[in-house]
Design a protein around this ligand. Sequence first.
Ligand SMILES: [Fe+2]
Length: 245
Amino acid sequence: MIDIHCHIIPNTDDGAKDLDSSIAMGKAAQKAGYNAIIATSHYIIHDIENDYDEYRNNIKRLNDVYKENGIDVKVYNGNEVFFTNNITGLIKNKKVSTLSDSKYVLYEFPLFNKIVPLNAYDELNELQDAGYIPILAHPERYEFVQNNVDTLIPLIESGVLLQSNIGSAYGKYGKKVQKTLKLMLKKGMVHFLATDSHNTNTYENIDLAMKKIKKWNKNDERLQAILSNPEKVINNEKIDIWYPN
Ligand SMILES: [Fe+2]
């Protein structure tokens, strides 16, 4: 399995606090069945702006450490970009990395917005015009989605892919988030499942989460697509999307 959202690089954001934590996360990921992880440290303008080259070197170094420790998990380049103007510029100016240096870009909105940020569509169109494909992280955690999941429809129709957190399924972020993910799965609004791990917790609860996900997502073909889409990201291949029912 491939995890496309994980805060595994030591000392870069609110994820792994040191190398030991990164090693523990790698071991837990492998035990849970993952063999590849895209490192997606936060990039938040004026708050968390890791140096591009240094960050990518840290990813390389973590791969070496995993090899030395017999952890069979490959770590790829990536970032989770906090929504801002000119994400395209951040990519082109080598401030942030796309997922595995592909055309896929992981971004997040503020959690407590009552509506989709006003400039969202202009910004996302600009990204797409430049050849990138936006992936929105954990929609079920946003207040505007919890209030009405159908607010995701125009985003999907404009070409945004949606990545839900596996932890949302077992209640890691509370009942409201869990209920929202359940509805999103029923309506076919999930294109990826990832852990968004900041520590080992979600990796230790994958089975519990997957049981719930399988119960809520009755469409086997769609679940297979959800589970195979991460590989397409790593290989920079086209993803066929489906529209909500
Ligand atoms: Fe994240």
